[in-house]
Design a protein around this ligand. Sequence first.
Ligand code: C5P
Length: 222
Amino acid sequence: MIIAIDGPEASGKGTVAKLIAKKYKLRHLDSGLLYRLTGVNLLDQGITDDTTDTFVTAAISAANQITAEDLDNPPNNIRSMGVGINASKVAVIPDVRDILTAIQQNIATKKPGAVIDGRDIGTVVFPNADFKFWITASLEHRAKRRFLDYQASGRKDTLEEVTQAIKDRDYRDRNRAASPMKKADDAHLIDTSKMSIDAVIEALSTYINAKLANRVGKGQSQ
Ligand code: C5P
């Protein structure tokens, strides 16, 4: 079983994906982590200028070096704003996307299946996923959440800086030529702006259970 959960930064999709995976006893795969691992590799080498050929070559090489085990032991700064920005820069490179898409398909198709969160799971990585969700929230709510996360981890970024960084990343993710971030036509949309996490999980579960019951019903009547 494959459950695709896409959406923009700080929409809550990562938390939701983790909890839904636990509930349905599936693997959880955070596809953003693959892009972040590629981005942090370049940052460690001091490569941040995405207008150069060096950036593209280094990004392809970094993506090729990622193993499934790296996902379990990411470096401490993996969630930082700088790594997120570099991740969205490597994410525009088609060869990087192809390499990371293959890794995702390989991991997620192993039994018992997976809940994968990202930007292009329902459109490109698993267009035939059993369930597709688009999780979103207003820019204001997303920025506030990310700001509180950063504050809790002792970071000093202002709300304005966090809001601007989210806007920039949204722009890059939505407007890139290769697999831009977008809702799959058949994805179920949930706006988490005014919902508690419990309410979001309830909404996804209700949708999944109804579809599963429908499948069982159809199977029995054949
Ligand atoms: O989800 P997260 O914030 O960790 O993702 C970091 C960046 O990786 C995103 O801004 C996006 O540019 C890229 N990404 C992507 N496709 C995915 C997951 C992440 O392009 N499936």
